[in-house]
Design a protein around this ligand. Sequence first.
Ligand code: XBP
Ligand code: MG
Length: 255
Amino acid sequence: MSLIVLDGKAMKIALLKYNLMNLKCILFDVDGTLADTERDGHRVAFNKAFAERKLDWHWDEDIYGQLLKVTGGKERMKYYQEHFIKQSLLSDDEIKSMHTCKTKHYINLLQSGNIPLRKGVKELIVQLHKLSITLAISTTTTPINVSTLLKTSLGEKSEALFDVIAAGDVIPNKKPAPDIYQYALKKLNIPAQNCIAIEDSSAGLESAVQAGIKTIVTTNNYTQNQDFSKASMVFENFDNINIELLNQLIGENYV
Ligand code: XBP
Ligand code: MG
């Protein structure tokens, strides 16, 4: 099946066909998937918060790569303190407060416009939306980070493109636990077998797969050597991720 023109009559035919297919929803991870936010975004924001609060910590690119195996900013700081500093300098409340400061800096970085979406992401979102495929987000990061990224990269009202935005501390266990995907599926009220997740990391992949969702991985510099053996497909970019591929992956129920 090839879909060549998506306007006028062709669009109507496509919509009719896709209404009959099994693919109902795409769930996007955020950090590393929608945008390369980690090295020049989150990492920089952590360091700015440490400096503002006069804490003698600095996460270079290499250390940050090691710390990325811990998902969640508060959890990451706690892990660093326990395993790198090996000293309890910050209480849980101080970590929480440091994280609020880090979020402020991260939002400022997003608003400066220096963290674009990965190439092809916008086009894919627009294509799926036009075909009435439900869009959702399932991420570890703090909700305001998601809304700000969407506003600064896709437009002021772009949050409305997504039926569900599942983010941050709404669940007890972050990725690789399946909680955030299970939470999103429940809110969406769509069976896992009708969904595909797009992730960039082994923790995200594990989370989605444990929730019963077929997952495509798009790697980046920090994640390229991770284990993606449970992925349905692995790519280095979004060049070949389109409706035809997603539809083939989930299986069609029409001829
Ligand atoms: C990636 C993460 C996040 C961010 C930091 O999330 O692990 O922890 O690095 O976000 P995902 P916060 O790939 O699921 O989008 O500091 O707001 O926790
Ligand atoms: Mg990610």
